[in-house]
Design a protein around this ligand. Structure first.
Ligand code: 5GP
Length: 187
């Protein structure tokens, strides 16, 4: 079964994604070197898994990798309110420089919750690297911790998108591009 026929339009192709990920990695490497300790990449599960894998391989820095899970989405396309952390880090981030790696920042409430959580765990700085950003939908204006920076791959129009890690009802994550799902497949 191919899921390509469920896609209305492709917003970013694999080549465009790869080129942008390399640029982001170069920027993060330049901004964080030299570091006395490895940079901590915290992937937000599950949507960031492909982005994190590609980004980590392009970074020219020593890194450690962990994942965190925050839930506020059911199987629909609209957030059901304030997120909660359902699976926490294994690594100790106290005194460490952290980059939160996200698939998409939408209302901002997930990332705000995660920044506060990492701050409470004593991280020295928290940056955010999101593959996509939907600034037109922002409701929560999060503040980055210490000298943390905000990196984003692409500004995303206000569509529900899937692929490159992002799902609808746990499907479509392995599409190598980002596309807009046909409404008949999520209604
Ligand atoms: P926020 O807390 O910023 O409203 O939502 C962030 C989370 O919502 C993302 O990590 C992602 O899981 C989900 N999300 C927001 N917009 C989209 C979208 O267009 N497609 C998919 N698949 N997930 C989305």
């Amino acid at each position: 079964m191919s899921l390509d026929s469920h896609i209305e339009s492709v917003l970013w192709t694999p080549d465009q994604i790869a080129a942008r990920v390399s640029e982001l990695a170069a920027q993060i490497s330049a901004d964080h070197s030299p570091l006395s300790e490895p940079l901590v990449l915290v992937g937000v599960a599950t949507g960031a898994f492909l982005f994190l894998a590609d980004l980590a391989r392009s970074l020219r820095l020593p890194v450690t990798v962990d994942f965190i899970r925050a839930e506020s989405y059911g199987s629909g396309t609209v957030s059901n309110g304030s997120p909660r952390i359902s699976s926490d880090l294994k690594l100790d981030v106290s005194g460490r420089h952290v980059v939160l790696v996200e698939d998409i920042v939408d209302s901002g409430s997930t990332i705000a919750c995660l920044i506060a959580h990492l701050e409470a765990k004593g991280a020295s700085s928290v940056s955010v690297c999101t593959f996509l950003d939907k600034p037109s939908r922002r409701k929560v204006h999060f503040k980055l911790l210490s000298k943390g920076k905000f990196y984003r791959g692409f500004e995303c129009p206000d569509y529900f998108v899937v692929g490159y890690g992002m799902d609808f009802a746990e499907l479509y994550r392995n599409l190598p591009y980002v596309g807009v799902l046909k409404p008949e497949h999520y209604k």
